[in-house]
Design a protein around this ligand. Structure first.
Ligand code: FAD
Length: 466
């Protein structure tokens, strides 16, 4: 018998339960489908789409060139494909964004109405969002009980499945396959930082376990150390499963590092489950009082933030890391998000949109939940009044200025002591470094202390309204 596997954000062969289910039925017709209706409402970001296309190419190579790449209405295309190849089953990996669930539900109904069997499987999350709820069925609103009781209190995550030995149905000459477009300069720049595809994801995981898992709990906060796994884009595109990652660290390092790393995988779940239970997460503050926040319209400040020329070195280093590599270290993501939503008092949704377009690891759930977390309007959020001071953050987490020097090279000659806050350096120090603020590097576009007071005043006014 023949089964169709519809690849989406599960661009891998190993530990892909839906693909294994198709394989168990017989020969597999592998396909990806770009759905213009879904894309019109939720366009994939540029960096994300760049990675996705290359990941599809890697998958196609692993499938011996059998991957079909179609564009149009999935229900129609899958029905035609089933008719053409005599397939009786269609499988896919479940997605959990509310808009994708709605689309998939409609596709499933249409396929069933045309006599096809359909199976969806969990290959993206460690736990299903409906499994991690409180005994009364309500979702947990705070991370620690969510993770300890909701997740760890449920079943252990499934052990990963081996890759099936597939015998895919070859692509006919008139069936479109993967095409690689010529690369724009920004794409070539991103490409220097990453290896894409399932094999690369597996290698990245092995390297992390071998070299950086020990010391992760402390090291993960220091952007210059590269102590984290950098698995996020591989997970976002499904080149590796969270189960494979979860089980690979078992007993592979000091217990506290393993626990700390697994808790971060727990945050990934927390974000995904939040979006499932609160479909408005990307659009509206979860704490309704924040709807009245007096966000400022300031196109110039937003552009300075986007382009990494705010005059605040840790913020600029992070925004330039994002632009050059499609990635930003987590500590710095928190700092730049706090700077935008508090010091600049600009709406978190503007920041989330920029991230969505620039991140190779963009996840609608993790991005929206994290932005709301920093902005103070999300679940288990940092209280709004806890405002990061980016100069102090730099002194604490980039004490030698290594990260800042990497992405803001014009500040390199400054001594470590001043590099996170050059505006506080004496003129003689700046002169010795050959640096003039306002000429070689911007003065800060906001005064950190005054803008902090402005943010606090706005927040107090909100609270007064409750
Ligand atoms: P590691 O430290 O090695 O962690 C392992 C994995 O756990 C990650 O790959 C990721 O899947 C998950 N993880 C780690 N930290 C978090 C976290 N705080 N929240 C959710 N999952 C986490 N992550 C995304 O994957 N996509 C996004 O679009 C995204 N947007 C963010 C926006 C903001 C404003 C902030 C503050 C954080 C965002 N994050 C996002 C979370 C986090 O920054 C990244 O997952 C992490 O930096 C990825 O690097 P890593 O793989 O080396 O992480």
């Amino acid at each position: 018998a023949i089964a169709i596997h519809w690849f989406r954000h599960d661009l891998r062969l190993a530990d892909n339960p839906a693909l294994s289910a198709a394989d168990a039925r017989g020969r597999v017709v592998p396909v990806v489908i770009d759905d213009p209706a879904l894309e019109a409402a939720h366009p994939p970001g540029s960096a994300f789409a760049w990675w996705r296309d290359r990941s599809r190419a890697a998958l196609d190579r692993a499938l011996g060139g059998a991957l079909r790449v179609l564009r149009g209405d999935p229900a129609t295309l899958l029905t035609d494909l089933a008719t053409r190849h005599g397939a009786s089953l269609v499988t896919w990996t479940r997605a959990y964004e509310p808009w994708t669930i709605a689309r998939d539900t409609a596709v499933k109904a249409a396929l069933k109405a045309r006599g096809l069997s359909v199976e969806s499987h969990n290959g993206a999350l460690l736990w299903e969002p409906w499994e991690t709820v409180k005994p009364d069925g309500a979702p947990y609103l705070v991370f620690t009980p969510f993770f300890r009781r909701g997740c760890l209190g449920a079943a252990q995550p499934r052990r990963p499945l081996p890759a099936p030995r597939l015998d895919p149905v070859p692509r006919a000459g008139d069936e479109p396959g993967v095409t690689t477009r010529s690369e724009a300069p920004w794409e070539r720049k991103l490409a220097r930082h990453w290896q894409i595809g399932e094999a690369a994801a597996k290698a990245a995981l092995a390297r992390f376990v071998e070299e950086r898992l020990a010391g992760y709990a402390k090291g993960r906060d220091f952007p210059a150390l590269s102590h984290t796994s950098r698995l996020s884009p591989h997970l976002a595109h499904g080149e590796i499963s969270p189960n494979a990652v979860w089980h690979a660290v078992e007993g592979a390092g000091p217990a506290q590092d393993v626990a700390s790393f697994r808790a971060e995988l727990g945050w990934r779940e927390f974000c995904a489950h939040q979006l499932f239970h609160f479909p408005d997460l990307p659009e509206a503050p979860l704490r309704p009082e924040f709807a009245a926040m007096p966000w400022r319209e300031d196109a110039e400040a937003l552009a300075a933030w986007q382009q990494g020329r705010t005059g605040v070195p840790l913020v600029d280093a992070g925004m330039r890391e994002l632009w050059q590599t499609g990635y930003m270290h987590n500590r710095v993501r928190m700092v730049v998000a706090s700077f935008l939503t508090k010091n600049l008092l600009i709406d978190w949704r503007a920041g989330a949109r920029w991230f969505a377009d620039c991140l190779v690891d963009h996840s609608p759930a993790s991005n929206a939940a994290s932005w709301q977390w920093v902005a103070g309007s999300g679940l288990d959020a940092a209280p709004y009044f806890r405002i990061f001071n980016p100069a102090i953050q730099a002194a604490k987490f980039d004490p030698e200025g290594t990260y800042i020097r990497r992405f803001v090279p014009e500040l390199a000659p400054l001594p470590d002591r001043w590099i996170g806050a050059p505006w506080t350096a004496p003129e003689t120090v700046l002169a010795r470094a050959g640096l003039r603020l306002g000429r070689d590097y911007p003065r800060p576009i906001v005064d950190l202390a005054a803008s902090r007071e402005r943010a606090l005043a706005a927040w107090h006014a909100l609270r007064g309204n409750v």
